[in-house]
Design a protein around this ligand. Sequence first.
Ligand code: GLN
Length: 280
Amino acid sequence: MVQQETWTVLKVLTWTKEFLTQKGVENARLESEWMLCAVLGLDRMGLYVNFDKPLTPKELADYRGMIARRGRREPLQYILGSQEFMGLDFAVAPAVLIPRHDTEVLVNEAVKRAGKTSSILDVGTGSGCISISLAKALPGAIITGVDTSVDALAVAEKNCNTHGVAVKLLHGSLFEPVQGQQFHMVVSNPPYIPSDDLKTLQPEVRDYEPAGALDGGKDGLDFYRQIVAAATDYLVCGGWLLLEVGIGQAEQVRKLFFDNGKFAEVFAAKDTADIERVVG
Ligand code: GLN
């Protein structure tokens, strides 16, 4: 008699940890648990008390599908469809950059400097993570998010609906959709990776995240140059421009602000690893 092999929770986790580790995934066990949680509709505690439970053929097939994708180094966030940022859950899709915790420094610095009813422009809003976090923190503020990608704007809109905030979402490049308007604050996490460095990134980023959200041109500073040059036309007197910068870029971006001559006060803010992350 041929006996059907039983795949229990513990057995699949042990197997997939091994498989994903071989594929170069660092936190293979934990990520396996998260994906299995999603398939079974359980939290991790739920998994742990069900180690001996066999998976149904449907559950096994769904889980296999996720593991195959992760084995090809697709980011876990695209597979699960979400990423936490500022304590909020954001829907993500391949059209948007996955929100990074580094970007929380920008949100915190913006909240510190914004007034309760400030008008704020987010250039390159992507998933809308910055705009929506600001809208949550500053309920009286008027927030506008701009992006060149229609698909990204659809994700941002979905996130606005989920979080019950009204962000004005506009399609276009940089300041183009807000010609003639002025804001109390402009924030942006622009693409800032030097073009030649894109191919050296880990496969999750290089092969799956939108190149348009990463590629900052030859030296990575293209968008900083354009934003700094144009921003003062879109800021009220006394308004702030806050930009996230990549590791080692703060000095060059600060110089762009100084050389522009229209910024009276320029600061840099560090992340928890003591790296300068925001210039404003
Ligand atoms: N504003 C979005 C974020 O910070 C998207 C940024 C981008 O695509 N460069 O995640």
